[in-house]
Design a protein around this ligand. Structure first.
Ligand SMILES: [Zn+2]
Ligand SMILES: [Zn+2]
Length: 404
């Protein structure tokens, strides 16, 4: 039996599902894992799937793929472009697209498991396959762990995972230490005093308060953080008011914060709080603003020794020059909860999905940022080949490195 991975990828791409709604995707993944002879658990952390392949005594390796899609309308002209819609948590009908490549992650995972099953005479140990929901909410790995994952499967010796990214296809990006930033999502509610648009002096205008706050928050990264360090403060959402002649009573800001380590996190969070409270005070707000943490993602930190082993394993199968240090990414991941909760090393790497010729041309022209769509772009479109094959090879080779 050979699984048609291209067909699987196209099918998943055409049927993307929003976070914690990945029932179809989970069913397909579970079906393949069952067909491959794994013991399968479904509904772990709402829609998560767990597969266990016991193959004699030896190390326990957890391999993880995430499976959720995003509320993005696909704008690629691919023949298999998504036209799907979904219902978001607010009840809105939204377009849905695999704009982060998690369809590729599931496909490569199924291919890697198939390969490891075929090679089972050559290794010993236990492979635990985690098909995780809701990575885009930063909530799926916690949901699986909180739903009793650790009681369901053997304790790991290592956690491995991979993410498709705008590197040339065939290239792997991995580094020891911080691979991806830590992140917090905050909702800030600023309280003013509403009133008639013609009588601003009788109100406390939260729109102006919000505008001043947004501008001042920009000074954290530009004025407070050492230029040799990294921190990101993004205000991705701002909402206030319903009509031009009404001064509203409140404004809401949604912030996305990124940092490489826990020290920078403490510092940026303190700065955000200081600025939000001070701008409210400057506006004469009668009520303190509220700052709510919606999610917290730890930094994705690759264990140095395990990363060295994975790097040489990948160099062996893909060629010495295929593995590069991509630097730290300011994106964030929730994969590391699997390693943090179990106290074991993590190795998480990126694999390229861009046509190498197109990547080289954009690089030469200095237009990488413009011409190579990144994850979450409506134009994100990994090359099917050799991206699937490289993902299968990388994941299976890394797993084999630890499986006896
Ligand atoms: Zn994403
Ligand atoms: Zn992703």
């Amino acid at each position: 039996m050979t699984i048609d991975l291209e067909a699987l990828y196209i099918d998943l791409h055409q049927h993307p599902e929003l976070s914690f709604q990945e029932t179809r995707t989970a069913g397909i993944a579970a079906g393949h894992l069952r067909d491959l002879g794994l013991e399968v658990h479904e509904g772990v952390g709402v829609t998560g799937v767990v597969g266990v392949l016991q193959n004699g005594d030896g190390p326990v390796v957890w391999v993880r793929a995430d499976m959720d899609a995003l509320p993005v309308g696909e704008l690629t002209d691919l023949p298999y472009a998504s036209t799907a819609t979904g219902i978001d948590p607010a009840g809105n009908t939204v377009p849905v697209m695999h704009a982060c490549g998690h369809d590729m992650h599931v496909t490569a995972m199924i291919g890697a498991v198939e390969k490891l099953v075929a090679e089972r005479g050559e290794w010993a140990g236990t492979l635990v396959v985690l098909i995780q929901p809701a990575e885009e909410y930063g909530a799926g790995s916690r949901a699986m762990l909180d739903d009793g994952l650790r009681d369901l499967v053997p304790h790991p010796d290592i956690v491995l995972g991979q993410h498709v990214t705008p590197l040339p296809a065939g290239t792997i990006g991995v580094r020891p230490g911080t691979q991806m930033a830590a992140s917090d999502g905050l909702t800030v509610t600023l309280h003013g005093r509403g009133g008639h648009g013609s009588r601003p002096h009788s109100t406390i205008d939260p729109v102006v308060m919000a505008a001043a706050t947004v501008m001042r928050l920009q000074t954290i990264a530009s004025r407070e953080v050492d230029p040799r360090d990294v921190a990101v403060v993004t205000v991705g959402s701002i909402h206030a008011g319903l009509k031009n002649n009404i001064i509203p009573a409140e404004a809401k800001l949604e912030l996305s914060l990124r940092y490489p380590n826990d020290e920078m996190r403490d510092r940026v969070l303190a700065s955000v709080e200081r600025i939000v409270r001070a701008e409210a005070a400057a506006s004469g707000a009668e009520r303190e603003p509220e700052i709510r943490t919606d999610h917290t993602l730890p930094p994705t930190i690759n264990d140095a020794d395990a990363t060295a082993r994975v790097t040489s394993a990948l160099q062996r199968v893909l060629g010495e020059s295929s593995v590069v240090d991509p630097g730290m990414f300011t994106g964030s991941e929730d994969v590391s909860w699997f390693a943090r909760d179990t106290g074991v090393p993590l190795v998480f790497w990126f694999w390229g999905g861009v046509d190498p010729a197109a990547f080289a041309a954009a690089m030469a022209a200095g237009t990488l940022d413009k011409d190579v769509p990144t994850n979450h772009s409506p134009y994100f479109a990994p090359e099917i080949h050799p991206t699937i094959e490289v993902g299968v090879t990388a994941l299976s080779a890394a797993a084999r490195e630890f499986l006896g």
